[in-house]
Design a protein around this ligand. Structure first.
Ligand code: SF4
Length: 307
């Protein structure tokens, strides 16, 4: 694909006046953070699946587009997989943890074994797997399926874990299964179901490329799922227009750099001042715009556009 200077935001590659992104510096910081486990971290990247989000990867590739698939979300999470074992003594009295930030709590390390805390205990103590299973089994036996529920959560749980766990719960006689993914996505699932009739995505990122118009509603994909910007880059290269409906024009959508695409160092994603017909930021009038786009006339009424 050729260069598209009309999409460039600046003639200064990686403009230092821009606060974000600075991927190479962030990559260096992640490498430093994982310095004690670099070969293992590299093996995770090269051979593992990413547990950062549900986009789907095999090592450093995906099944949608050629080229490297890697985003900072995955690198930021790397330490959670390479961290050393936590000292179980640190959990012996949980009141000592109360003042720690979430970053400091994560830095304690990974759980080396099952741990149990009974009501009234000051904290957790190490348990064998046998004891953990026996404790859970005893609790399940003491109750009825109607009063038994399974809740799953952990950073990095995969679809396969959820699948196996809900099967096990049903085999134990209950369909009370819940997880943190539902809490995260309940709002968007309901909104999509109501507006699109389907509670999940209806297309692949690959479908973006070649579209006429992409509309982002209140979204900050550059931060939340940076790899999307690569698909957006290729869509823009093919002439896609982008509209952003938000009360705030996210800096990452105004200007973004995809590390594996050198030209994107100069490439604007979406800008109020971009060349005609490329992209549009819709601020306070977003609700009117949304109604005009989503509203569909009732059957039999004249087809008009509301805005
Ligand atoms: S977009 Fe990022 S977090 Fe999601 S699967 Fe790809 S590398 Fe992982």
């Amino acid at each position: 694909m050729g260069l598209r200077p009309s999409l460039w935001a600046s003639l200064v590659p990686r403009d230092p006046r821009q606060a974000k992104p600075n991927h190479y510096a962030e990559m260096a910081r992640v490498a430093w953070e994982n310095r004690d486990q670099l070969p293992y971290a590299w093996r995770i990247l090269k051979e593992g699946v990413c547990d950062g989000c549900a986009l789907g990867t095999s090592g450093l590739r995906d099944w949608t587009m050629d080229g490297i698939h890697l985003c900072m979300v995955r690198l930021e999470l790397m330490r959670l997989n390479t961290a050393p074992a936590l000292d179980p003594e640190r959990l012996g009295d949980v009141s000592r943890l109360a003042g720690l930030s979430s970053k400091e709590l994560r830095a304690l390390g990974r759980l080396p074994s099952p741990m149990i805390r009974h009501r009234g205990d000051k904290g957790f103590r190490v348990a064998s797997w046998e004891e953990a299973y026996a404790t859970a089994a005893e609790g399940i036996r003491k109750t009825t399926p109607e009063r038994f529920a399974v809740y799953l959560t952990s950073r990095g749980l995969l679809n396969e874990h959820y699948y196996a766990a809900q099967k096990a719960a049903r085999a134990l006689g209950t369909n009370h299964v819940d997880n943190s993914a539902r809490l995260c996505h309940a709002a968007s699932t309901v909104a999509m179901k109501r507006t699109l009739g389907h509670g999940a995505t209806t297309c692949s990122y690959g479908d973006w490329i070649g579209t006429d118009l992409i509309v982002f509603f209140g979204s900050n994909t550059p931060n939340n799922q940076p790899v999307t910007m690569k698909y957006l880059y290729h869509a823009r290269q093919k002439g896609t227009r982008v509209a952003i409906v938000n009360t705030y024009f996210e800096p990452g959508l105004r200007r973004y750099w995809v590390p594996s695409v050198p030209e994107s160092a100069l490439c604007v994603r979406a800008s109020r001042r971009s060349s005609p017909g490329t992209s549009r930021f819709i601020g306070p009038r977003g609700i009117g715009f949304s109604h005009g786009r989503i509203w569909t006339p009732p059957p039999g009424s004249p087809t008009t556009t509301r805005s």
